[in-house]
Design a protein around this ligand. Sequence first.
Ligand code: SAM
Length: 214
Amino acid sequence: MDYVALRKKMVEEHIIRRGITTKRLLDVLLKVERHKFVTQDLSDSAYSDFPVPIGEGQTISQPYMVALMTDLLNLKGEEKILEIGTGSGYQTAILADLGRVVYTIERMKNLGKNAFCLLDTLQYTNIKTKIGDGSLGWPEEAPFDRIIITAATARMPLPLTEQLKEGGRIIAPLGQDFSQILTLGEKTKGNIDYKQVCGCVFVPLVGKFGEKEK
Ligand code: SAM
């Protein structure tokens, strides 16, 4: 399988064609080997335009959604980023290549362990990891320049908005089940102004400040 060609096709057809043109981001999407973040039997689907199962009922997000959320974070290279929902670790790798340091939290022990181990193997040295309820944030390490939640919740978890730095950005799918809106917030003078971006579908954020476990 020619993965370099598949990544080029993914970036051209699913990312650039939909209007994302930030060069730093496109370069990273061309570099990160997405097929390594899914199980071997699904590696052919890794570059397709849909989420792929990663076990435990969870998914690696669609490439376009990863690109869109990252682009909206407007990373310049110096940011301290908090990611909630490590999943496969693919989004984490993209963030680590574009920001200064990434703090990532995954709720499911096995998924987290696999992703953290893979990121280690890929020699990322600017990623701090934790298993736990990300809806509580990471208060000991706050504040953060950017916060990204890759699971859906009815409202922005309060601890996370409190842990966002002045001038910082937070992004999350807000809503429930199949009706969610990707929402971007920016903190100015202690308040967060929210902008709705587009409809999306994510697995739920399960936790104290998220959804109840079903
Ligand atoms: N961005 C990931 C990737 O690139 O593979 C995909 C994330 S997946 C759509 C959402 C993840 O959020 C799942 O792995 C799920 O277990 C995790 N999750 C849900 N609730 C959580 C919580 N309260 N804290 C941390 N992780 C959570």
